[in-house]
Design a protein around this ligand. Structure first.
Ligand code: ACO
Length: 320
């Protein structure tokens, strides 16, 4: 049995930080409201010239260094992003150039905040089939480029950053199972109107628009169900998971899922307070943090989950 094993992780956060107090000066909000409703205190924001690919390249270099492999051992690059630098070329190709890996296949996966978990599922299929041995998966988002800084219901939520994970074929586990879902009927509760020039509407610029309460309800139910599905698929019980590595959208959503999993909040990796919601970057950023600070140890069972616009949602059971 061949597994996709994590051999290195890395991350990058932009230097510029916007605190809740900074936002109080921009829109009608308070630090107290944001912390109480979301758990977020600050977020990192891209500087001029910083992009999903430029952040992804730094995160990838950190992951390569942590894995102790040579660049040229990488067989495939997958970039999970909703905010590629350009419509084309894709962010993965720009990362490939930056990492000096000409010829290595590279493509983007666009599944909003669930993009990273979707991407590791794709990587896992390539490794299990024997087609590739070493795959770089990067979640990278310059999400604040899509934020309407006059809309208090969304501008307090999002941040930028990149996380990278290197997977390699191994007899040791590994990604154990992945579970992917989507439902386009919910397309209107979280959306960005097209950024394509011919579809651009002056009265509806391409900003994130979200019906927060509906998204919240949908997220709690869908993620709870996919967690149950993951446990049942692996004949596991609540409490068998060592660490929950969740998408960082809202502390209250995460707390509801921890309860469903019957694990205490100190077994949940949280970056929300410092990073906000970085979409497809949030799970790899959390994973890298917990591996580097020593909380996650080899052999630990991790449950990764994420949900985003589409709607798309997914989970993965991973043994580190
Ligand atoms: N500051 C102060 N008041 C605010 C703010 C703000 N920043 N934003 C909204 N309000 C007000 C509203 O106008 C509303 O006022 P009203 O009662 O007078 O109409 C009141 O606060 C309550 O608004 P709700 O939207 O009901 O607040 P809620 O408790 O649901 O919290 C939030 C809003 C944080 C957006 C929450 O709904 C949420 O987290 N939703 C899920 C978001 C999510 O999970 N996204 C992730 C998936 S997608 C992705 O990651 C891209």
């Amino acid at each position: 049995m061949m597994y996709s094993r994590i051999i290195g992780t890395g991350s990058y956060l932009p230097q510029k930080i916007v605190t809740n107090n900074d936002l109080e000066k921009m829109v009608d909000t308070t630090d107290e409201w944001i912390v109480e409703r979301t758990g977020i205190k600050q977020r990192h924001i891209v500087a001029e010239g910083e992009t999903a690919s430029s952040m992804g390249i730094v995160a990838a270099r950190n992951a390569i260094e942590a894995a102790g492999i040579k660049n040229n051992e990488i067989d495939l690059i997958i970039a999970a992003t909703t905010t590629p630098d350009k419509v084309l070329p894709g962010a993965a190709c720009l990362m490939q150039e930056g990492l000096d890996l000409p010829g290595v296949p590279a493509f983007d996966i666009s599944a909003a905040c669930a993009g990273f978990v979707y991407s590791i599922s794709v990587a896992d299929q390539f490794i299990r089939s024997g087609m590739y041995r070493t795959i770089l998966v990067v979640g990278a988002e310059a999400l604040t480029c899509l934020v309407d800084w006059e809309d208090r219901s969304t501008c307090v939520l999002f941040g930028d950053g990149a996380g990278a994970v290197l997977f390699q074929a191994s007899k040791e586990p590994g990604i154990v199972s992945t579970h992917l879902h989507a439902d386009g009927r919910y397309k209107d509760i979280l959306t960005v109107s097209s950024g394509l020039p011919t579809q651009y509407k002056k009265d509806d610029p391409p900003y994130i628009r979200m019906k927060g309460r509906e998204v919240f309800k949908f997220a709690v139910t869908a993620l709870g169900d996919v967690i149950d599905e993951t446990l049942a698929h692996n004949n596991m019980s609540r409490g068998d998971i060592d660490w929950l590595v969740p998408h960082q959208a809202n502390q209250r959503i995460i707390a509801a899922l921890a309860k469903r999993l019957d694990i205490s909040m100190d077994r949940v990796i949280l970056t929300l307070e410092d990073q906000g919601n970085t979409s497809a970057a949030s799970v790899p950023l959390a994973l890298d943090l917990a591996i580097r600070d020593g909380r996650v140890q080899r052999g630990d069972k991790l449950l990764l989950e994420a949900i985003g616009g589409g709607f798309t949602w997914a989970s993965a059971l991973v043994v580190y």
